[in-house]
Design a protein around this ligand. Structure first.
Ligand code: GLU
Length: 378
C-alpha cells in the first residue's frame, strides 16, 4: 500500500491516551504535548479541521492530588477528574495558543451522544466551534460519570464524536503501534497488520480475549471504535504516540494500522443508530428474516424467534442471526413486553394478541442499519 498521509483529510479527530500525556511522577508531559500541538497546527494551517479527544483528566488529577497508585473509589476518581481536567484544558489551550490557535472545552456525558436530541445539540455546539476556528478539546465528563452511566473509554467516545461530526479520519494515539494478529505482549510470533479492509470476526479475534476487555482502551475498544467509524465512512488509524510529533511521524512512514472506511457508509440519522454504544436489547431472528433484512426490508414480528433485554419502544436493539451473530441494529417499535408477546406472529394476528391496532414492523427499514461485516457474509 502507498504510504499513509494525513494531508488529504479534511476533518480529523485525534484521540490521545492518558499514558502519553501524563507521567505518574512528574505529571503533564509538556514537551510532548507541545510537539503534538505543533503537528495539529501544521494540519490546521493546511486547511484541515482538527478535533482533539484528550484523555488524562483522572491520571493528571491523581498526580496533582498525590493519590499514589491505589485503586480510587468512584467519588475519588470523580474529584481527581475535576482537578485534572482543569489543568488538562489549560495545558491544551496554552500549547495550541503558541500557534495562535484557539480551543474550546467540551465535556460529554454518555447521553450526549446516545440520546438523539442531545446528540443534535452536541453536534451543533461542536460545529459552531469549528466554524469559529476553535479546536474542540473533548473528554468524557468524568466528574459526574458513574460506573453505569459512562463511556468508560475514550476510543469509542472519539469514534462517536468523529462520526457525529462527519469526519473523514480518526487517529487513535496510544502506546500500541497498530493491530497485530495476536497481542504482541503475549505472542512473540504476532504479525503486524498494516491495512484492515473490514473488521470481520477474524479481525476481532486478534484483539485477544478478556484481559484487554477490562483495561480501558485496550485493542478491543479500538476495534469497537473502528467499527463505528468505518461503517459511517470515517477511516481510522491506530499508531503509537510515544514519540514526539506523532502525527507528522505517520506521514514519515511510522508504523500504523489503517482501517479503510466502508464503500457504502451509512448516512445522517442512520449514523447515530449504527454507532449506539449499548443496545438496550436483542432480537434473534430466523434465516428468512435475515434474507429479508439483507434485501432492504423491515423486520416483521413473524421472523423474530427470541426477544431479550428490558427495552422500551424507540430504544436501539441489536438484531442477531440464528447463530447469535449481530447482523444489524435498529430502533424497535415495541416495548420488550409486547415484543415478547408478538414474536413469531403473522401481521394479521398481532392486533388480536395485543388488543390494539399496531405497527406491523418490529423494526422499520428506515430505522435499521445492517452491520457491514455480516452483510457481505450472508
Ligand atoms: N476520560 C478518562 C480521563 O480523561 C480517560 C478514559 C480513557 O482512558 O479512555 O481520565
Amino acid at each position: 500500500m502507498t504510504a499513509l498521509s494525513l494531508k488529504s483529510y479534511r476533518r480529523i479527530t485525534v484521540k490521545i491516551g492518558s499514558a502519553l500525556l501524563v507521567d505518574r511522577e512528574s505529571g503533564l508531559k509538556r514537551g510532548w504535548l507541545d510537539s503534538l500541538a505543533d503537528d495539529v497546527a501544521d494540519l490546521a494551517k493546511g486547511g484541515a479541521e482538527i478535533l482533539v479527544v484528550s484523555s488524562g483528566a483522572i491520571a493528571l488529577g491523581r498526580t496533582i492530588l498525590s493519590l499514589g497508585k491505589r485503586v480510587l473509589k468512584l467519588e475519588e476518581s470523580q474529584a481527581a477528574a475535576a482537578v485534572g481536567q482543569i489543568a488538562l484544558a489549560s495545558a491544551w489551550s496554552e500549547s495550541l495558543g503558541r500557534h495562535g490557535l484557539r480551543s474550546g472545552q467540551i465535556l460529554l456525558t454518555l447521553g450526549d451522544t446516545e440520546e438523539r436530541r442531545r446528540y443534535l445539540n452536541a453536534r451543533a455546539t461542536i460545529s459552531k466551534l469549528l466554524e469559529f476556528k476553535a479546536i474542540p478539546v473533548i473528554n468524557e465528563n468524568d466528574t459526574v460519570a458513574t460506573t453505569e452511566i459512562r463511556y468508560g473509554d475514550n476510543d469509542r467516545l472519539a469514534a462517536r464524536v468523529a462520526t457525529m461530526m462527519g469526519g473523514d479520519l480518526l487517529v487513535l494515539l496510544s502506546d500500541i503501534d497498530g493491530l497485530y494478529t495476536a497481542p504482541p505482549a503475549r505472542d512473540p510470533n504476532a504479525k503486524f497488520i498494516p491495512v484492515v479492509d473490514r473488521i470481520t470476526p477474524e479481525i476481532e479475534a486478534m484483539a485477544g480475549a478478556a484481559a484487554s476487555e477490562l483495561s480501558r482502551g485496550g485493542m478491543r475498544t479500538k476495534l469497537d471504535a473502528g467499527k463505528i467509524a468505518t461503517l459511517a465512512g470515517t477511516a481510522m488509524i491506530i499508531t503509537s504516540g510515544t514519540r514526539q510529533n506523532p502525527l507528522k511521524a505517520i506521514d514519515h512512514g511510522e508504523r500504523a494500522t489503517f482501517f479503510r472506511q466502508s464503500a457504502n457508509p451509512v448516512k445522517g440519522y442512520k449514523t447515530w443508530i449504527a454507532g449506539q454504544l449499548e443496545p438496550a436489547g436483542r432480537l434473534t431472528i430466523d434465516t428468512g428474516a435475515v434474507g429479508a433484512l439483507m434485501s432492504g426490508k423491515s423486520l416483521l414480528p413473524a421472523g423474530v424467534k427470541l426477544v431479550s433485554g428490558a427495552f422500551s419502544r424507540g430504544d436501539t436493539v441489536a438484531i442477531l442471526d440464528p447463530d447469535g451473530r449481530e447482523i444489524a441494529r435498529g430502533l424497535v417499535a415495541y416495548d420488550a413486553s409486547d415484543a415478547v408477546r408478538i414474536a413469531g406472529l403473522k401481521t394479521a394476528e398481532i392486533a388480536e394478541r395485543l388488543g390494539y391496532e399496531a405497527r406491523s414492523a418490529m423494526v422499520h427499514r428506515d430505522d435499521l442499519v445492517i452491520s457491514m461485516a455480516r452483510a457481505a457474509a450472508v
